[in-house]
Design a protein around this ligand. Structure first.
Ligand SMILES: Cc1cc2nc3c(=O)[nH]c(=O)nc-3n(C[C@H](O)[C@H](O)[C@H](O)COP(=O)(O)O)c2cc1C
Length: 467
């Protein structure tokens, strides 16, 4: 029996995620993204298929590189309009029992003090089923700090979050003693006294401890700074590549970096982005795939690709080689780098647009359950990943098909869970509900000690002790 693996569903609170044009497919429900039923129906389908989580990407910004304008993105619904993902966590939790809810939030756009409260509230309402995909943002109309400085700032952002969610309120601070009329013991609620390079947060956390305290931490850094960040903080990482060898190297590198940082390398799960078109037989799946392809919007795909690569692709002919695409290193490199790989380098720009038009920049597996299962197992065995982040083509048909055809086949092979474990999302993934002691968050649990050490360090670093 092979290694067991997980599925996540990759979503966006917008009419188009990674399959531009497909919103016009007669069966597609993406245009209903603003109805709660869209989300609750989806979550129920996924929970039937024991998906670990529904993971909702996000961006504060829009794609305006293509033709130097946001017009094509608007016309195509290409990731604009886009709603706040965190607001669907509670309704999803109410409609389901187990599935995790991964929410993307950028360290660039919201102050950690308010974000700590929003994510902790979601962790309360979902009974500990929340994950946070930490992003530093790459698409924005605001001027961003440069790439590596964004990660440096994100590192301090996490420190503030840990201090608030792990350190501010002790486990037994809330007593709810009705006889004595004491709700919480003020001696067990601590000011965090944070004064750093980017943030100053002197006070206490606004929320009492939630089931997981800190949500399960997801991240998708691929650059050196990104990998340093994810191997330090993340419990699950996402990668998008259609190259097995690159994936294998990435997994080994992330696990090694985690071990070097004193963490257990098994405490980081790696999820690869893929798309699946599955049906009863190979022929039916292929026919479905070909039918989907008719709906791809090349303009929509070029809008996304231009944003990801930072290059206005309207400057090229569709028949030009994709090798011509220059990569702006300050943009999202993992999205862009797949384009220059050997397998893709021989493609024309139109071919690349059509490839990413079906589920984005990961590999697409088309076939019967047996065929797709063979391929997924081979990917897991060859690369040591822990699961797949599945992008959809037609909402919710793609996920319904996966649950109907593929999941039973994988369960039969013993490589996919047949039921959920109890407890929080972290319990289900790792068997414990709070971050482990070897995670950097743990050092902020005794916040009074941290404050003393920080004060001592400041003095040592040459602060004058008299004026
Ligand atoms: C599967 C996947 C999902 C991602 N989701 C988002 C997202 O929702 N929002 C966002 O701003 N960036 C997202 N990213 C981009 C990453 O956060 C990151 O910027 C990118 O992988 C490049 O890595 P680097 O920042 O280390 O260069 C995603 C990346 C991957 C691979």
């Amino acid at each position: 029996m092979g290694k067991k693996f997980y599925f996540n569903a990759f979503e966006l609170n917008s009419p188009v995620h990674q399959s531009p044009g497909l919103w016009a497919h007669p069966k597609d429900r993406s245009r209903q993204y603003k109805d709660l039923e869209y989300w609750t129906d989806l979550a129920k389908i996924l929970e039937e298929g024991i998906f670990a989580a529904i993971f909702i990407a996000d961006g504060i910004g829009y794609y305006d590189v293509y033709k130097g304008s946001v017009s094509t993105a608007i016309a195509e619904g290409a990731q604009i309009p886009i709603n706040d993902p965190l607001q669907v966590a509670a309704p999803i939790a109410q409609a389901t029992k187990h599935i995790g809810i991964g929410i993307t939030s950028s360290t660039t756009f919201e102050h950690p003090y308010t974000f700590a409260r929003r994510i902790a509230t979601a962790d309360h309402y979902t009974k500990g089923r929340v994950g946070w995909n930490i992003v530093t943002s790459h698409v924005t109309q605001e001027k961003l700090l440069d790439h590596d400085t964004r990660y440096e700032r994100a590192d301090e952002y996490l420190e503030v979050i840990y201090k608030l969610l792990e350190g501010s309120w002790e486990d037994d601070a809330v007593v709810r003693d009705r006889e004595k009329r004491v709700f919480a013991d003020p001696n067990k609620v601590h000011e965090i006294g944070h004064k750093g390079k980017y943030f100053e947060v002197p006070g206490i956390a606004l929320t009492e401890p939630s089931p997981q305290r800190t949500p399960v931490l997801f991240q998708a850094g691929t650059s050196d700074a990104g990998r340093r960040f994810s191997s330090k903080h993340a419990e699950a990482v996402f990668i998008s590549t259609s190259e097995k060898q690159e994936l294998k190297e990435y997994v080994a590198d992330i696990r090694k970096r985690a071990a070097d940082a004193g963490r257990n390398p098994k405490d980081i799960l790696v999820f690869a982005l893929i798309t699946i078109v599955v049906d009863e037989t190979d022929e039916k799946a292929q026919a479905k795939f070909e039918e989907y392809q008719k709906y791809i919007s090349v303009e929509g795909a070029l809008t996304l690709l231009s944003g990801w690569t930072g290059t206005d692709l309207s400057r090229y002919a569709l028949s030009d080689s994709s090798k011509k695409i220059a990569i702006d290193a300050n943009k999202s490199s993992s999205f862009a780098n797949g384009l220059t790989h050997s397998a893709n380098a021989e493609r024309t720009i139109e071919e690349v647009a059509k490839w990413i038009g079906i589920g984005g920049p990961g590999p697409t597996f088309v076939g019967s359950a047996a065929k797709v299962a063979d391929e997924l197992q081979a990917w897991v065995e060859d690369t040591d990943i822990d699961g797949f982040n599945i992008s959809y083509v037609v909402a919710h048909e793609t996920f319904k098909d996966v649950v109907k055809y593929l999941v039973p086949e994988l369960q039969k092979r013993g490589v996919y869970p047949s039921s959920y474990a109890n407890g929080t999302l972290r319990d289900k993934l790792f068997g414990y509900s709070r971050l482990p002691d070897n995670h950097p968050a743990a050092q902020y649990r005794d916040i009074e000690k941290v404050k003393k050490e920080e004060a001592a360090n400041k003095t040592q670093k040459g602060d004058r002790i008299w004026r």
